[in-house]
Design a protein around this ligand. Sequence first.
Ligand code: FAD
Length: 416
Amino acid sequence: MNETSINPGSSAGTRLFGDHFVQALQPQERALIERLRELTRSHFGPNAAEVARQDVFAWDTFRLLAREGIVATAFPTAYGGSDARQALRIRIIEELGRVCSTSASMITGTDLSSRAIVAGASDALKQSLLPGLCSGELQAAFALTEPGAGSDVRGLKTTMRSSGDGYLLNGRKKFITRATTADWFVVVGRAEEEASTFIAVLVPRDAKGFTISPEVGKLGWFGVPISTLTFDNVQVPASHRLGAEGQGFALAQDALLRARIGHAAMALGRAIGAVEIAAAYATDRSTFGKTLGEHQGVQWMLADMVTQIEASRALLALTADKYDRGDADVAIFASMAKLQATDLCMKVVTDALQLTGGRGYLQDFPLERFFRDAKLNQIGEGASEVHKTVIGRDLVRRAATAERNPCLRPGSLVDY
Ligand SMILES: Cc1cc2nc3c(=O)[nH]c(=O)nc-3n(C[C@H](O)[C@H](O)[C@H](O)COP(=O)(O)OP(=O)(O)OC[C@H]3O[C@@H](n4cnc5c(N)ncnc54)[C@H](O)[C@@H]3O)c2cc1C
């Protein structure tokens, strides 16, 4: 009963959104979430606006996440990580997304930039890099997108020509997060000799012929800058190749899959935060002789938000379980969860801002930041339209051989 009651003025009281998903975690996992909640109250929440205002790489945030073992959740135990289940990681990212997109994106960004190294690097490279990536002493960036290849990323033009014991790398990469702070770059290109062969390699930031542009300004997601990369005859040893030749895309897909699940969790966290703020405003503010929350129109807006958020959380929890079990259809579920959660977040944040009137529009009020941050979740790691295409194409393909509804007569429906 108390799960749905508002606790005005409390900083550590009963939450507006129920704890059902957290209660399903193991005791150790729950303890991590409790610790993270303390940190959102003491650090990530109160500092989020200032982190965004400064808009430089948020080192304090990153170091705290690393010190607390949150960054390490993305890495195998053999290299210093805690190899957390996705069932836990979506809760971590949701908690952070509820207050601060910068910190949440540092966790999804760790998956994006490091998973290809975990999956594809030689043991020697893993030994030398993964402990530092776990502890936050090292950082990696993931370079896939190009000026001519974003949604249609298989159209990428970066080439790798066989040269001595390795490759000569040429091309440009765009919108690359953490480029100004990363020590190592996962770069995906195609073999110059065989265009259908994708190759992923690791490039150190000081490689000869490799340049990183100044940071590029953007609408939101402040505190995690992006840049453009240029590779001009950059020599990469074969020992820095990730996986076999031809596996470059498969490695990228696993990193993107985890990052998509993370985007969905971040969007849901932000949507939850927006409802918390709008509901508090509806409690404190009165118009026309009653509190905003007593107007039926406002109750209906809040009801739509909370109902859809809980439905979306359930889809994401199912997707995380599928990832943890290794189910074959996890990629389609990740597309559904990301599509649903990120589009929902944009709507919830827009409606929450509407409910808070002029205050919602002020820079001094958190919803302005939530509103700007929400947009990127609908674009990064595959735009909503691309995920719709993936989901729809899969459904149509399966429909050809799926069991037909028993209400139908056998045979072609054309003959009905
Ligand atoms: C802040 C930020 C950080 C990023 N970080 C990284 C990073 O670290 N590494 C990296 O490699 N990339 C990164 N990206 C790139 C990101 O993944 C791409 O922006 C995204 O994949 C979309 O590609 P695009 O921007 O080229 O859009 P386009 O490919 O130009 O698409 C534009 C729009 O067209 C529509 N569209 C596209 N295809 C279809 C279709 N088939 N059907 C219907 N509609 C369609 C969609 O609405 C889409 O948003 C980042 C981007 C941003 C903005």
